[in-house]
Design a protein around this ligand. Structure first.
Ligand code: AMP
Ligand code: GLY
Length: 419
């Protein structure tokens, strides 16, 4: 079959790479793709923006594409799935209503409450002064969340009252009409990505991301600086609890509202010190960089599973199979990220890293005159699989050290919580 991957990040490179390992996949198109998908065998980049649905449809029809896999949340929340389904295209990714689970924090909170899913206590406000009064009443630390897509910048974990009040002022000034104010939770954060066809749900192996830019989990939040999977934090008992208390009930709650959800349900969990998996958020897509560690561990054909989700036949497939060992992905960023950074730096050493056994997923890169140059904040994700966690970390860092470009930055402590 021919598959289209929509998006241009590290996640989309990993999706295209994994899809091409399926015997049933002959070719992958990426719109628009990046430098990594540009040099991947049997993969073709087509310069179409992720929200240009008409051009995407034309590409699908002209090339008889069998399956569309949507990477980012933006086109999902704009209704790419609804649009393509009108033309009988098989799409992996929820429709617009389903994508609201990520696009609106208050909507997601209501759904969690309907489903009885453990989550932080919260309240939603459309009035600035009422939100502030709630903060005075609850005290700090407290978490303030924009009720809309904010490219990872909509959440403020406020340690002081001043910070919380400023976040309220700033979010209302940015024209968010609603904010969610939430109880501050402590514990270990875990990402569980589950695949669903709207009827059946199958969790992937649990991962742990490192959201902050600085070592020791300090500094500004980013899209994610490194990840490992499976995380030893989640044992089989906790895994079962996550399925029973989070994944099954959220799917039921979606069904109850009549939402036909076919795609990823990504639960961002806080495992509290008491061992309770409390949901911080749901995303409607694969995580980035979680995908770059989770998919290399998958033995089952990704194309078969995603097509089965899109066609509502997931229960026909045997259980997912996984490789032994651990996967680690370290993200290499441009100096300055998540603030301002430069682009256009020539990257060297990718082949050397790959010759050592690493898989190098491109994120913000592009191919220019036979050279790979930087083209974004998060530039590459370097993944290694090894028999145990310690070896995977060591192998990954050894591969990362082969790569270089001006001002490159990466965290040297990915995996510190486990080590
Ligand atoms: P979210 O987009 O809702 O996952 O929030 C982004 C990040 O903020 C999370 O990955 C957490 O690190 C942090 N966060 C969100 N909600 C809470 C909470 N209730 N307590 C503590 N930290 C939180
Ligand atoms: N790695 C976090 C996310 O994809 O939202």
């Amino acid at each position: 079959m021919k598959v289209l991957v929509v998006g241009n990040g590290g996640r989309e490179h990993a999706l295209a790479w994994k899809l091409l390992q399926s015997d049933t996949v002959e070719k992958v198109f990426c719109t628009p793709g990046n430098g990594g998908t540009a040099v991947l065998n049997n993969c073709e980049n087509v310069a179409i923006a992720v929200d240009d649905f008409e051009s995407i449809l034309k590409l699908i029809q002209e090339n008889s594409i069998d399956l569309v896999v949507v990477g980012p949340e933006l086109p999902l929340s704009l209704g790419i799935t609804d649009y393509l389904q009108l033309y009988n295209v098989s799409v992996f990714g929820p429709n617009r209503e389903g994508a609201t689970i990520e696009a609106s924090k208050s909507w997601a909170k209501d759904l969690m409450i309907e489903g009885g899913i453990p989550t932080a206590k919260s309240a939603t406000f459309t009035d600035k002064e009422e939100a502030k009064n709630y903060i005075y009443q609850e005290g700090v630390p407290i978490v303030v969340k924009a009720d809309g897509l904010a490219a990872g910048k909509g959440v403020v974990v406020a340690m002081s009252e001043h910070e919380a009040l400023r976040a309220i002022d700033e979010l209302f000034a940015q024209n968010f009409s609603k904010v969610v104010v939430e109880e501050f939770l402590t514990g270990q954060e875990v990402s569980v990505l589950a695949l669903t066809d709207g009827i059946t749900i199958r969790p992937l192996i649990p991962a742990q991301d490192h959201k902050q830019i600085g070592e020791g989990d300090t500094g500004a939040n980013t899209g994610g600086m490194g990840v490992y999977a499976p995380t030893p934090i989640v044992n089989s008992i906790l895994n079962d609890r996550i399925t029973k208390e989070v994944l099954d009930p959220i799917l039921k709650a979606l069904q109850k509202r009549g939402i036909d959800y076919r795609g990823v349900l990504y639960a961002g969990l806080m495992i509290t010190p008491e061992g309770i998996p409390k949901t911080l958020e749901f995303n409607c897509r694969f995580g980035d960089p979680e995908t770059q560690a989770v998919l290399p561990m998958l033995k089952t054909s990704l194309a078969d599973v995603l097509l089965a989700c899109a066609q509502q036949k997931l229960s026909d497939l045997p259980p997912l199979e996984w490789h032994e060992g651990s996967a680690v992905c370290v993200v290499i960023a441009a100096g300055g990220y998540p603030g301002s950074y430069e682009k256009g730096k020539v990257i060297t050493g990718i082949l050397d890293a790959e010759n050592q056994g690493a898989t190098v997923f491109h994120a913000g890169t592009k191919l220019m005159q036979n050279e790979i140059i930087t083209d974004g904040g998060r530039v590459l994700g370097v993944t290694c699989i090894a028999k145990d966690f310690q070896s995977a970390i060591a192998d990954t860092y050894s591969a990362v050290e082969k790569i270089s470009f001006e001002d490159m930055y990466y965290r040297r402590d990915i995996g510190h919580r486990i080590l």
